[in-house]
Write a protein that binds this ligand. Structure first.
Ligand SMILES: [Zn+2]
Length: 114
């Protein structure tokens, strides 16, 4: 384990930039099926199956200037600039936890400890 990341620390991290996450593109499968079935469409028309999307506040659509809260083993909790608080992927805590850990590591550990 990494001794510089104490699991008991509670982090408050400012995330100015959009948080890009890779989501399966629900339209890509349909596009690719159509390309596959129609021999007149060039193969280069295949769509990428995954796309990077910024996380957006479900209430106001904000995609940056987040405050992120949580401990190393917590799913991340985000607060948008308008003060809406939400937990992305509430049905998938492992994903929220992994984003929390990414943000902690990206933030520069010493300056964010509080
Ligand atoms: Zn909001």
């Amino acid at each position: 384990m990494n001794d510089s990341v104490p699991e008991g620390t509670f982090w408050t991290i400012t995330v100015v930039k959009p948080i890009l996450v890779h989501e399966p593109d629900p339209t890509a499968a349909a596009v690719n099926d159509a390309v596959m079935e129609d021999s007149t469409i060039p193969v280069s028309s295949y769509a990428p199956v995954r796309r990077a999307e910024p996380l957006r506040c479900p209430q106001c659509g904000a995609d940056r200037d987040w405050m992120a809260f949580g401990a190393w083993m917590d799913p991340v909790r985000l607060v948008c600039p308008a003060g809406h608080s939400w937990t992305p992927w509430e049905d998938d805590p492992a994903r929220g936890r992994s984003l929390m850990q990414e943000l902690i590591l990206a933030s520069g550990i010493e300056e964010s400890r509080g």
